[in-house]
Design a protein around this ligand. Sequence first.
Ligand code: BDR
Ligand code: CA
Length: 313
Amino acid sequence: MERIIIDTDPGIDDAMAILLAVSAPDKIKIEALTTVDGNTDIDHATQNASAILKLCGREDIPVYKGRGEPLRGKAEICESSHGDNGLGDVKIDNGRIPLQRESAEEYLVRAAQDNKDVLTLMPIGPLTNIAGAVQRDENFVKNIKKIVLMGGAEHCGNMSPTAEFNFWHDPEAAKVVFEAGFKEIVMVGLDVTRKVFLTPAMRELLYQINTPLSGFIHQITRVYVDSYWEKLKNLGCELCDVLAAAYLIDDSVLKLKDAYVEIETAGLCRGTSVVYPVEIWKDKKKNCKVASDLDVKRLFRLFFEKQFPDHKE
Ligand code: BDR
Ligand code: CA
């Protein structure tokens, strides 16, 4: 059983990742959600996190609000694929879970201190809060068991030809995290998220499954799928953050390779993760495992069957 903290900027794919994580209480215990700005501003992100938990009846999971801007101040622009409210302009008016008084950083430090070497972090937004916790407490790094994050890429980018959104939004934070010396980091980047798409036909299937959650995913992905068509002429959207949750439920979903990852914070390639597979770059010391391939069938089994257990293929 993994005890995890989801650090998130919901975010359409964040919402799907949270719903998938919630659907596997036999594998994952979600300790808390911490929020960060990224796909949307911190207030929308926090409100969405709480609304998603309410939607799936998990008001017991606490929500801690995080930093409203990257370590080095404002990000240059914000991503538009997630609609004006971060959830594809779908309004969920289901009340709120009362917000915790501690900030995300304060909570992360305290939780790690109280549960040494037990907690796994699942950051699926910019790494601002995690870097903040590293800087706040010298013992934070050694108190954390593992990090499974969505971000970066070895061979491509989505905000520039080389930079992925979560790292691009706060490169200084990503640099702090990769240089901190965590025992284990699994980096789930665009190289694998671009191998699988939620297509319009799958959205239709979600509509027909007709549960409150499948209906919700159907609604929030409309804007996301449209944006992939408009920007990339791609028939379907990526599931990015979902892959991190899927890996924590079933690690055979992803194939990993040992690597040394360095984050560029300056110039043209700001926000780029430079990935040196240690098999090739033998002088480099491994600081993470990078996802290099995925089992699409296994992923969709989890996505459709785990979340909607009455549905049969
Ligand atoms: C990442 O950026 C956001 O758009 C997604 O939520 C995901 O975390 C993909 O680059
Ligand atoms: Ca995200």
